[in-house]
Structure formats: structure tokens, C-alpha cells
Design a protein around this ligand. Structure first.
Ligand SMILES: *[C@@H]1O[C@H](CO)[C@@H](O)[C@H](O)[C@H]1NC(C)=O
Ligand SMILES: *[C@@H]1O[C@H](CO)[C@@H](O)[C@H](O)[C@H]1NC(C)=O
Ligand SMILES: *[C@@H]1O[C@H](CO)[C@@H](O)[C@H](O)[C@H]1NC(C)=O
Ligand SMILES: *[C@@H]1O[C@H](CO)[C@@H](O)[C@H](O)[C@H]1NC(C)=O
Length: 332
């Protein structure tokens, strides 16, 4: 019902557009250019105007942000015709996740650590950025990304592993397919249920389906799960510097959706276990002009952000990124 009312108002807006412009011809031109760049079409005229309206608001926010002084820039991308509420529903974990159940006491040496680390440059240890599509399956990409790297570091062989197996089969471990889950719980599943198949043997569908795990085709295994002590970001630094990339969860808020470059930092996101809604993979870290950052692999395709990656401020538990981080020990 609410949708019907909204569309009616939008049509009224179109009729009086010359008196009270919601968007200018220039805005519409930007929209059409963006539509053709992203291969977007809208079947109904009301839908077209509805999306034009949202796009124009997003575009204005991006221009406004980039005109100010910020540590990161924003840009249009494939999500620019969505409101944040729609984005959340389609792409993020449905809160709350059991992030507070990821407990552990991580033991580590006191350093010193290198100023910068990048597992992409250390060898063939990180697979290309993948695309989750319309499914809250980020946690499966964080999980495969980490196990792919951990296994490659141990064996010298980089395999792409199956997200779909985790979507379909890991529900007994508090995971919910396209409706969310956590890497630590997915590592537990892989440990106790006999391994993870490859991407080729169990390809990605991007929707919930029945479990088709074949144990004899399992290609990567977990001996144990290491949870980093809650809110101990130095534990994450230790693990990434000495051992391997690390999975973590954090809270995505509206401005993050259009991140393009620079070091992401926010005063809007919260920093506790309660609000995490996205899971990703820290593949390294560094420092720029005195600001510490993480280098993070996302699962929104390569045209998003910095070729599919982003930098986020390090050392502040930014957006709760140290709330529930973990990695697996490979079983060889
Ligand atoms: C790590 O976290 C998972 C769930 O997120 C939990 O099941 C497991 O017991 C934790 N491991 C340790 C060693 O505490
Ligand atoms: C959190 O854990 C509890 C207890 O294990 C479980 O009943 C609940 O379904 C979990 N919630 C989510 C969102 O996974
Ligand atoms: C979260 O942020 C608040 C406000 O900046 C800070 O006081 C608190 O220590 C932070 N908590 C954690 C767990 O990082
Ligand atoms: C960071 O330092 C570089 C030179 O080292 C400079 O070009 C750049 O403008 C600085 N960035 C910020 C955000 O201050």
C-alpha cells in the first residue's frame, strides 16, 4: 500500500516538474548515462521516475561529500538507484548476527610488526574479487577468501572455493544462507562437516538452495578455528603481519555504499557486536600521512571501490571491525 501511495505522489511530481523541479534535465541526462553504463532498464514509467529520483539524491550526496574535506571519496556505482534501506535488505546481513558468540583468547607476540603488509603482493595468495549479487552471503565470501589464502600460504596452491556450499549446507552452525551468517561459524561448519568443495565443483547461484555437498570432492579443510579476542585490533595486526589474511565483520552505513577511494572512516557507524551487518577479508594494512588503515577485499565486484577493495581506518575499532574477527588453521 505504501508503495502505491508513493508512486502516485511521484507521478504528481512529474506533472508539476516545470514548477517545482525534483530533478533537472541535466540530472536526467546523468541518470541515462549511468543507466547505459550499468545496463539498467525499467519496464514501467513510474519505476523509471522513482529510480531517477533516488539516483539524483544519491548523486547529490556524492558531489557534496567529495566537495568537502574527507579521508575518502565517493562515486556512483551499480547501487546508485537504490535507497540505503533497499541496499541493506538486498545485500547486507539481517541484523543482529551472533557476533558476540565469536569468543576467543588470541595469543600473540608483542611485535615489532612491519609498517605495511599486503598479501596480494607477497605471492599468489589471494583470489580475484568475486560478486555476491542479490543475496546476503557476504559471510561466505569472507570465509572462502580467508580459507583460500590460508590454504595457498600452506600449500603453494591457490584454489577458488565454494560460497554456495556454505549458503546451502552450513545452517546447523547458526548460518542462514542469503539471510546472513558469520565466518567463524562457517569455519566451524567446514571443520566439523568434512571440508569445502571448489567453486568449479559447487558453483555460485546466489540464492538459497538444497545442500549438494559431496565429501569426496572436498578440496580445503579446517583443523581449527581461531577467534581473535574481541575488540583487540592488535591481534588482527599480529595475525595479518605474521600469518595470513583475516575475516572480520563490521557495520556498513549509507555513505560506505558509494565508497570509491581513500581511507574510509565514519562517525555514523557503531562499534559493537550488535550492529555488524557485513563480513569481508583483511588482506593487509598500511599507513598514509599518519592514518593507519586496513586493506580489505569486498564481494561487490571489481567495479566497486578500489578495484573491488577498500581501505578503512585502523586502530580505532572503526565500525566494530574488531568485534568478531577470525581465521581457520588449514588441515593439510
Ligand atoms: C569461535 O567462534 C565460534 C562461533 O562464532 C564458536 O562456535 C567457537 O567456539 C569459537 N572458538 C573458540 C575457540 O572459542
Ligand atoms: C544466535 O545463537 C542462538 C543460540 O545458539 C540461536 O538460537 C540464534 O538462532 C542465533 N541467531 C542468529 C541470527 O544466528
Ligand atoms: C566505541 O566508541 C565509543 C565512542 O567513541 C568509545 O567510547 C568506546 O570505547 C568504543 N568501544 C569499542 C568496543 O571500541
Ligand atoms: C598525503 O601525503 C601526500 C604526499 O605524501 C599528499 O600528496 C597528499 O595530499 C596527502 N593526503 C592528505 C589527505 O593529506
Amino acid at each position: 500500500m505504501a508503495g502505491c501511495i508513493f508512486i502516485t505522489l511521484m507521478l504528481a511530481g512529474v506533472h508539476i516538474a516545470h514548477m517545482n523541479p525534483v530533478f533537472s534535465p541535466e540530472d536526467e541526462l546523468h541518470f541515462k548515462t549511468w543507466m547505459s553504463e550499468h545496463g539498467k532498464t525499467y519496464k514501467e514509467l513510474p519505476e523509471y521516475y522513482h529510480r531517477l529520483h533516488i539516483f539524483t539524491q544519491n548523486r547529490r550526496r556524492i558531489l557534496q561529500h567529495n566537495a568537502g574535506r574527507h579521508s575518502f571519496t565517493m562515486a556512483l556505482n551499480q547501487f546508485s538507484d537504490l535507497t540505503f534501506a533497499e541496499f541493506k535488505k538486498a545485500f547486507l546481513l539481517h541484523e543482529p548476527q551472533n557476533c558476540s558468540a565469536t569468543t576467543g583468547t588470541y595469543r600473540y607476540q608483542a611485535g615489532p610488526y612491519p609498517d605495511s603488509v599486503d598479501w596480494r603482493a607477497r605471492g599468489n595468495y589471494v583470489t580475484p574479487v568475486k560478486t555476491q549479487g542479490h543475496c546476503g552471503s557476504c559471510w561466505t565470501f569472507s570465509t572462502t577468501g580467508c580459507l583460500e589464502s590460508v590454504t595457498a600460504i600452506a600449500t603453494g596452491k591457490l584454489l577458488e572455493l565454494s560460497e554456495q556450499q556454505l549458503i546451502d549446507c552450513a545452517k546447523d552452525f547458526n548460518n542462514h544462507g542469503c539471510f546472513g551468517g558469520l565466518p567463524s561459524q562457517a569455519f566451524e561448519y567446514i571443520k566439523y562437516r568434512g571440508g569445502l568443495m571448489t567453486e568449479d565443483d559447487y558453483p555460485y547461484k546466489g540464492h538459497d538452495s538444497t545442500c549438494e555437498f559431496q565429501q569426496e570432492l572436498a578440496a580445503a579443510f579446517v583443523k581449527d578455528v581461531v577467534n581473535i579476542t574481541r575488540y583487540d585490533e592488535m591481534g588482527m595486526v599480529d595475525a595479518v603481519a605474521r600469518l595470513n589474511p583475516v575475516s572480520f565483520a563490521y557495520e556498513v552505513t549509507a555513505d560506505f555504499v558509494h565508497y570509491k577511494d581513500g581511507i574510509y572512516s565514519s562517525t555514523k557507524c557503531k562499534n559493537t557486536t550488535e550492529t555488524v551487518n557485513h563480513a569481508v577479508l583483511a588482506v593487509g594494512y598500511g599507513e598514509q600521512n599518519g592514518t593507519l588503515y586496513w586493506i580489505v577485499k569486498n564481494s561487490w565486484g571489481t567495479s566497486w571501490g578500489k578495484d573491488g577493495y577498500f581501505l578503512i581506518e585502523r586502530g580505532q575499532n572503526m565500525c566494530g571491525l574488531a568485534a568478531c574477527s577470525s581465521y581457520p588453521l588449514p588441515l593439510l
